[in-house]
Design a protein around this ligand. Structure first.
Ligand code: COI
Length: 355
């Protein structure tokens, strides 16, 4: 249940910019809604959150998060359902994960009424920004950063929590071609792989850039110790279809516990698929693509939803995957996920929250 916040200071825009939104032509992460939420935690005490016109924020050059990376975020979406209502998908799960990330990064947890209540408030105000259209949604980005002005290395005493929102369409315009990464690593056991912290994304940029220079869209990360097992892909968890069964790496301290991942596993089981969360070996998958037993590899995440890969690069060789059609497992899972979110399929797990 999403709680209402008791008090928010609200300063509305004089004139909405929603006419800048063209639902036919949305580029991810480039346009932001009229309002944003700002809440400061000062010496452990959360101040009254403010909803303000979207805009720049001033920062001191000694802001701790700029130097030592105490910064976390969530990725969530709001949808317009078939009854034209605005809904969020499993927001409590993002709230829980946010504070798991906060704990790992030694940051003050955010209270539910600020996180969930705040989302509710900004969404009500900017509901007109939730676009219609099959693959369209409003991407919600709660985030928090250390706001001490201090150069010593220690956890900050002060934090700023914010929510910004941005219309989203398809994240990838074409099915990604991914490279199996066997040199660089994303995360090691005992590290911060399971936390949605900014540094995880920063550290992935250089290996991803090298792969992009070789013609790949993204990386498929392997385990830090042996590079023989799959972990996750950049910006998404990863699934494999082998002999009609759905397989995904089991979560650990090195893998983000994706909410889309969890939803797809549940939907697949509901639909009667066999699902295995286990170690997934690179060799088995590469051999399986070659002998035809592995028919699909796809990413799953809030931003990408369900994103089938066109092919995989391994040890300098490109291995194509069969084309996807409407009876592919990934298509069926996506159709069911979209159907639940848009109110076309019964929400038996109570995942949809009406704003
Ligand atoms: C999301 O799916 O929300 C993510 O966090 C990926 C993002 C970095 C684009």
């Amino acid at each position: 249940m999403v709680e209402q916040a008791t008090a928010f200071k609200v300063k509305k825009v004089e004139k909405s910019r929603v006419n800048q939104l063209d639902p036919e032509n949305i580029v991810f992460g480039t346009l932001f809604t009229d309002h944003m939420l700002v809440a400061d935690c000062i010496d452990g005490v959360w101040q009254t959150p403010e909803i303000l016109p979207y805009g720049d924020i001033a920062y001191n050059p000694a802001l701790a998060s700029l130097h030592y990376g105490q910064s976390i975020f969530e990725g969530m979406k709001a949808f317009r359902n078939v009854a034209d209502e605005v809904v969020m998908f499993r927001p409590e799960e993002n709230f829980k994960r946010f504070n798991i990330s906060a704990e790992r990064m030694c940051m003050t947890p955010v209270p539910e009424d600020i996180f969930l209540g705040g989302l509710n408030e900004v969404l009500k105000l900017d509901a007109a920004w939730v676009p219609k259209g099959e693959d369209n949604s409003l991407y919600l980005r709660p985030f928090m950063f250390a706001s001490d002005v201090y150069l010593g290395v220690r956890p900050s005493y002060n934090y700023r929590f914010m929510i910004i929102m941005s219309p989203a369409g398809k994240y990838y315009s074409e099915p990604p071609k991914v490279k199996i990464e066997t040199e660089f690593i994303r995360a090691a056991a005992g590290g911060v792989g399971y936390a949605k912290c900014a540094g995880n994304y920063a550290a992935s940029l250089y290996p991803a850039k090298l792969a992009q220079e070789q013609g790949y869209t993204q990386l498929l990360w392997t385990d830090a110790e042996t590079h023989t097992k799959f972990e996750e892909s950049g910006t998404m968890n990863v699934f494999f279809v082998k002999d009609g069964k759905l397989i995904t790496p089991k979560t650990s301290t090195t893998i983000l516990k994706g909410i889309t991942r969890d939803s797809l596993i549940t939907i697949a089981k509901d639909l009667g698929y066999e699902v295995f969360e286990q170690d997934v070996y690179v060799k088995d998958i590469v051999d399986g693509i070659r002998d035809g037993s592995v028919t699909e590899v796809f990413g799953a995440g809030t931003a990408v939803v369900v994103s089938p890969f066109s092919g995989i690069g391994f040890e300098g060789e490109d291995i194509a995957l069969p084309a996807i059609n409407s009876s592919s497992v990934s298509s069926i899972l996506k159709e069911n996920l979209d159907g639940i979110r848009k109110g076309q399929i019964a929400d038996t797990h109570k995942w949809v929250y009406k704003v």
